[in-house]
Each structure stands twice: as C-alpha cells, then as structure tokens.
Design a protein around this ligand. Sequence first.
Ligand code: GLA
Length: 373
Amino acid sequence: MAMLALKPPMGWNSWNTFGGNINERLILETADAMVSEGYRDAGYNILTIDDCWMLKDRDENGNLQFDKAIFPHGMKFIGDYLHERGLKFGIYEDAGTLTCAGRAGSFGYERQDAKLFASWGVDLLKYDFCYSSPGSSDVNLYRRMGQALRESGRDIIFSGCWGDEGVWKWMRSTGAHMWRLTGDIKDSWDSICEVGLGAVGLEAYSGPCGWNDPDMLVVGVDGKGYVGKIGGGSTDDEYQTHFALWCMLNAPLLMGHDLRNARPEIKKILLNKELIDINQDDAAITAYKIPTTRDYFTILAKPLYGGDIVFMIINKNPYWTYYPLSWDYCGWEITDEVSMRDCINHTDLGTFKHGLTVKIEAHSCIVYRATRK
Ligand code: GLA
C-alpha cells in the first residue's frame, strides 16, 4: 500500500508560462530539461500537462480524446517517456461539464476517465472546478472523482483545484492530497503576497497526504507567457521571497517557468537544497506566524524534525530596513543561546543570545535556521 503525497509534491506544470499553447515537443523537451538541468534530482519529479491537451468532444464510446494535432503519439507515449526517465506524469481535468478553457470535462464520466488515466500511467490528477453542473455540491463532485481514482487500479495523487471558500475544511475528506486555497497566482509581487500570505493561519489543515496549495510557482516566469503577461513580472528578490515562503508553508513546489531556457539566478533559487529540505522536512509542521506590530513585516517560524526552528522575516516595504528577531514565542527562552545559519546565502552567522537585529532588503526576506545550544 502506498501513502501518496507524504511530502509536499514537487514538479513542473505547463500552465503558468504556456497556458493552452502546449504540444508534445514542449513536454518532451521539458522532461529532458528536468533531468539534464538537475531539477529531478533535487526532487522535482512530477511533470503535469494542464488544460487544453484534450478535445471539446468525446468519442463515440464517451472517451476523452487527446488532441492528435498537438500530441501525435498520445498520452500513454508521454507517460512512458516520463517513467523511463524517473519522472511522474500529471494531467488536468475538471469536475464540471467543461474545463476552464472549454474542453470536455469529467462530470458524469469520472469512472471512465479515471480508468483511462490509469491506463496512460497518470500519477497525478489536477482537478479543476469550472462549469460545474447546477445542483451538484462541490464536495460531492470531488468525492465522485476521488472515489473513481481509488477504484482505478493505480496510485494517483488527487490535486483539488479551486472549490469554494473554506476548501481546506472539507477537501481532504474527498481523498484529495492537496487543495488550492485561492484563485490563480499572477507573476507580480502583489499576487505573490496575496496568495502566499493568505495561506498563513491555515497551517493546522496542512500535513502529510493533504497539503494546502497556494498555487504554483511563478519563479522565473519573468513577465512572459500566460500568467507572466497578466502579472507583468517580479524581481529576483521577489522570486526568492516567493520560493522561500512556499517552502515555509509546506506548499507543493510546482515550477512554471520555461525549463529549457532558465536564467542561472532562477535555477539557483529553485535548486536551493537547504530551502527544499525545509519544505520536505520529516516533522511536516507548517510555518506559523509570530505576531508583530509592524504591518509591513511577516515573521514566520517553522519547527523542524530534530529540534531546529527556521525563522523567516519578509520585508514588504519598498525600502530596506532592520527587524529585531527573537525566539521566545516558539518554545525557547530569550536567554537561550542559539546558533543561526542563513539558508539563502549558505553561511553560518554565529551564536546569539537575546535575539538579533537583521537587515532586510525591500520586497525581500531572510531565512535563518536556528539551533539551540
Ligand atoms: C484554472 C486553474 C489554473 C489552470 C486553468 C486552466 O484557472 O486555476 O491553474 O489550471 O484553470 O484552464
């Protein structure tokens, strides 16, 4: 028996950069880049094809049809290609009659679709919520597919997309392994803060086999492609903060940039092993907020397996400033001696007592891993 999504799932999804503009070549080249650029070995092992891989109509037997014009060898071929390279295969569908982009949805065909996905070697289903049938409750629509997946004969991670307000309170009961908390992220600092910080306070709902999902990463989207054009782009400091925040939140780490042409700065952010280890930590405790009277700061603490605590301070001000960090809110005494390691710059900072004062750049953050002596 397999426990699915014991750790926050990691991978790549086609939507943020490519939207509906996808094809077999892009997917195969992305798979190759996941391997050759070191993403797979860093843990990013699920490649998900989002909306628009299917036609609007089913065939005469009611089966979903992949779009042969863009996927000439079909979906089983993609699944095999990924599996041969140690990758997993994710695919997108929708709980309603149509997907968000207007292709055939799964409503009324859940069992048939789940079996088809299993036959293609699908390992993750992202399940959206557009065009849901009037009168069907959102909980029931997700139950129908959760049940169908469990009966499909294959282990398939069930990734619940937007349902309703409070999705985190019920989505786990449908068998979902992760659930989108918000509408779509955009490639902008405001959007990163809105969806990322919106997850703070919901930490008690997230844990092994069922994770809060503040949406996919826009790191390196660089104002290009589908959500890039909507948001306009972010700076590298903003991307760094975005990635570190998702790690603190135990969020699924689903990259969305063009892996074939990533800038070195972007790869450095996404392949930071110290931050990935925090996201994948065995204690699986999601960061909680340390109260502050200074509105333009968010201070988070994440306890790790083995007793370390990771502190993150986000400076939302458009200018650099100092912040005094203390640790007596987290189960330690302020007089305890604590050593600190900077997980972004990979440096040891020394040992401190009574807290320390930290300089933080605009729209930037620090992430320090602390060990009590
Ligand atoms: C919704 C989802 C996105 C993407 C699109 C596809 O907007 O939130 O992540 O899957 O649908 O149409």
